[in-house]
Design a protein around this ligand. Structure first.
Ligand SMILES: [Mg+2]
Length: 176
């Protein structure tokens, strides 16, 4: 009998790592370089706690790589730094900028890949992110969805299962 695990899927930029904010375009801009690396408030403590009961996975879109605006090397350096700082089991990356690519959120390909690799029960798993792409991917995979509220994601018709203002609120939603 296969023993299924429950997982928490975190988006990377804007959810675990601080992004820049373009007030002109009203969108978050992901960091490219280690010098800009800053972890979001409470991520370390909250993930440590959640990791007692859940597999902690990161699913991240990095389309700037295929757009030639960033390098895989930069992305992987930041991912390694993230793993050094937080108790993360694995990081899945989509480098595609093509919305039809099944690995690129809002498509749920990375979640299904993780499910296969780790034998995850998706219905008892959570997806957390700061954009509509994260929430849609989570819903497509039948996970519970949690939106981290930001100035750029308000007034969107998303209907996530939960909305939080700070990562520490995860401990009220997810029992460990
Ligand atoms: Mg994000």
């Amino acid at each position: 009998m296969v023993k299924y695990k429950n997982a928490i899927f975190f988006d990377r930029d804007g959810t675990l790592i601080k992004s820049f904010y373009s007030s002109k375009k009203k969108i978050p801009i992901a960091i490219k370089y280690l010098k800009d690396f800053k972890i979001i408030n409470n991520a370390k403590r909250v993930i440590k706690k959640l990791s007692e009961k859940y597999l902690i996975l990161v699913i991240t879109n990095q389309p700037d790589v295929s757009r030639r605006k960033n390098t895989k090397k930069n992305v992987l350096k930041i991912n390694s730094r993230l793993k050094e700082n937080l108790k993360i089991d694995d990081i899945f990356v989509s480098y595609s900028s093509n919305d039809n690519n099944k690995m690129r959120k809002p498509n749920p390909g990375m979640i299904f890949l993780a499910k296969k690799k780790y034998k995850i029960n998706l219905k008892k798993s959570f997806v957390i992110g700061d954009t509509h792409k994260d929430i849609i991917a989570g819903k497509k995979a039948k996970c519970k969805t949690i939106l981290l509220k930001k100035k750029y994601n308000q007034n969107l018709n998303l209907n996530p299962d939960f909305i939080i203002k700070d990562l520490k609120d995860l401990l009220k939603i997810i029992r460990v």
